[in-house]
Design a protein around this ligand. Structure first.
Ligand SMILES: C[S@@+](CC[C@H](N)C(=O)[O-])C[C@H]1O[C@@H](n2cnc3c(N)ncnc32)[C@H](O)[C@@H]1O
Length: 276
């Protein structure tokens, strides 16, 4: 992705306070991703419950209570590169917080049974982060993550395209491509699939504000002041006409991609204690 790293970090750091209030899509994705863990850990193929979990790009730690409910014995490392996000993670004796960049994860190699990551990797260099996840996993350990697919926010993209040819919506990697990459990097049992989730808004301003508040806007736009002037908003609203729902609402459709993979090998021995 062409996005600049420090801008993304600053954007999320600023968004921490109002994140949970606006991140409806993220919460929905989180619930669905947690449900999918059940296929590996609660189904017929039951895998031993993970003892060490890394929640990568943990945000305000929304997943923490859900993970502890599913795996009451687990130790969780909640990691994010935005300090304000990490500071918001609920305190719990089994939870350790880390301010760390997913491109160079600050955990011991082969320490984790499960790396869980909800809607973070689309902000990153995917290959680097997948390699880091593999390094953090024990042999036999699992990665479960969500990301955005290429069709995400297609209505907004088309509405903007009629105004100018600037990139107003982030470009996301197709699901098949990220699955290929995961296999090339040596993961096993790779499963990728996607589904569409449509959020609706009363007007385009509310939609744009939501994207900004959750740090999901195209950060490149920050540089060009005045792009969302009343005149542009009016034009954007007009361009959205063809997409309006029967109820007259403005849709923002997300392609939610699920990626599940295993680090090859069998888990041998007890988990290594992480260094504090
Ligand atoms: C959309 S939020 C999701 C937060 C959380 N997983 C949830 O489900 O609520 C994405 C998070 O990824 C973090 N993030 C983005 N790039 C990162 C990176 N390179 N390293 C660590 N965290 C990153 C952001 O700071 C943000 O908290």
């Amino acid at each position: 992705m062409s996005l600049e790293h420090h801008q993304i970090q600053a954007s999320f750091d600023k968004a921490a306070k109002q994140y949970e209030q606006h991140a409806v899509l993220q919460k929905e994705a989180l619930v669905r991703l947690i449900e999918r863990l059940g296929d590996d850990y609660l189904g017929d193929q039951q895998k031993a419950a993970p003892e060490q979990i890394l929640d990568l790009g943990c945000g305000t730690g929304w997943a923490v209570p859900e993970l502890l409910q599913l795996f009451p014995q687990a130790q969780i490392i909640a990691a994010d590169f935005a300090p304000s996000m990490v500071n918001a993670v609920p305190k719990h004796p089994q939870v350790e917080t880390r301010i760390t960049d997913a491109h160079a994860i600050d955990v011991h190699a082969q320490n984790c049974d499960l790396v869980f990551s909800n809607l973070m990797i689309q902000w990153c260099d995917e290959a680097t982060v997948l390699q880091e996840i593999k390094r953090a996993l024990k042999p036999g350990g699992l990665m479960h993550l969500t990301t955005m697919g290429e069709h995400t926010l297609h209505e907004l993209k088309l509405a903007w395209q009629q105004i100018d040819d600037q990139p107003h919506v982030n470009e996301f990697v197709p699901a098949a491509k990220i699955a290929d990459l995961t296999m090339q990097l040596g993961f096993a049992d790779v499963i990728a699939d996607s589904e569409f989730i449509t959020m609706t808004y009363g007007n385009v301003i509310d939609m744009m504000r939501d994207l900004k508040n959750i740090g999901a806007h195209n950060v490149d736009n920050n540089r060009t002041k005045g792009l969302t002037s009343p005149k542009v908003i009016k034009q954007l609203t007009k361009n959205f006409e063809e997409f309006r729902t029967e109820d007259g609402l403005y849709p923002a459709t997300y392609e939610l991609v699920y990626l599940r993979a295993k680090k090859p090998g069998e888990d041998k021995g007890l988990p290594v204690k992480i260094k504090s």
